[in-house]
Design a protein around this ligand. Structure first.
Ligand code: COA
Length: 260
């Protein structure tokens, strides 16, 4: 599929999706969100893709937020629709994929950009990365899940301060907050993401999909996470990967998972 605002490349089990609007610091307009939805869906449905990496093009920005020009004249109804549609198409969609998604934050991750990174299953950052939710400086609040996912990741007090000040934190502070798992030089960011991706790929993709579901259940209102874990754990016993993984261990050989 041809995209205008993103690039998608599948290689060696990893699909790398790159947001590619560098002249607008990769800001998320409607068509970019639609394209991202399609690219994530395609990668998730591709049996050869075991890991998805999301990053931004250029050396300055991961994503500098939702495209401000696109919503500046919205009314109350349009505003609510923008948030609801975006959450469904991209942010909740990414969080609930069974293929692991790693965000490689290569510069500014602001507003919708940080919200996208937070929807990924975990985050890595380059030393030049800057992260924040500056929405209140525009008279609005985060609408793509930021008020929910930021406190989950960094705690309520830090999230309150970040949202109220509309300030940016640097990569080291993000590491200290637990918002990102690792910080490396920009040149080392994609190699690190790929190295972690390769490590993930050695394991059962079916089991990983079930683990994502169980972990996510911990953060969903009204869902019994322990119950979801029991159900997903049980389902593993009906998979070929479980037979292969346990048999390979007992035969003292490396498991060859089929992802079934
Ligand atoms: N929406 C639309 N366009 C954006 C954008 C956004 N969120 N963020 C950056 N851009 C555009 C700028 O308008 C500019 O376009 P132009 O060259 O056509 O004027 C281009 O990207 C470059 O940005 P610029 O502001 O000139 O770069 P800078 O290095 O001076 O500043 C930032 C970088 C990230 C600090 C600044 O762009 C910024 O504050 N962006 C908005 C961040 C934000 O509030 N995001 C939350 C949105 S809800």
């Amino acid at each position: 599929m041809n995209y205008e605002n993103i690039l998608s490349k599948a290689e060696n089990g990893i699909t790398t999706i790159t947001i590619n609007r560098p002249s607008k610091l990769n800001a998320l307009n409607k068509s970019t969100i639609n394209e991202l939805h399609n690219a994530f869906k395609t990668a998730d449905e591709d049996a050869a893709t075991k890991v998805i990496i999301i990053t931004g093009s250029g050396e300055k920005a991961f994503v500098a937020g939702a495209d401000i020009g696109e919503f500046a004249d919205f009314n109350v109804e349009n505003g609510a629709k923008l948030a609801a549609e975006g959450q469904e198409l991209l942010f909740d969609f990414v969080e609930n994929l069974s293929t692991p998604v790693i965000a490689a934050i290569n510069g500014f991750a602001l507003g919708g950009g940080l919200e996208l990174a937070m929807s990924a299953h975990f985050r890595l950052a380059s030393t030049n990365a800057r992260m924040g939710l500056p929405e209140v400086s525009l008279g609005v609040i985060p609408g793509y899940g930021g008020t929910q996912r930021l406190p989950q990741l960094v705690g309520k007090g830090r999230a309150m301060e970040m949202v109220m000040t509309a300030g940016m934190i640097d990569a080291d502070k993000a590491l200290k907050y637990g918002l990102v798992n690792d910080v490396v030089n920009l040149a080392d960011l994609m190699p690190l993401a790929e190295k972690i991706g390769s490590k993930i790929m050695r394991n059962s993709s079916v089991a990983i999909g079930k683990a994502i579901k169980a972990i996510n259940a911990n953060f969903k209102d009204g869902v019994d996470g322990f119950g979801v874990e029991i159900e997903q754990f049980g389902e593993c016993f009906g998979t070929e990967d479980f037979r292969e993984g346990t048999t390979a261990f007992l035969e003292k050989r490396k498991a060859e998972f089929l992802g079934k």
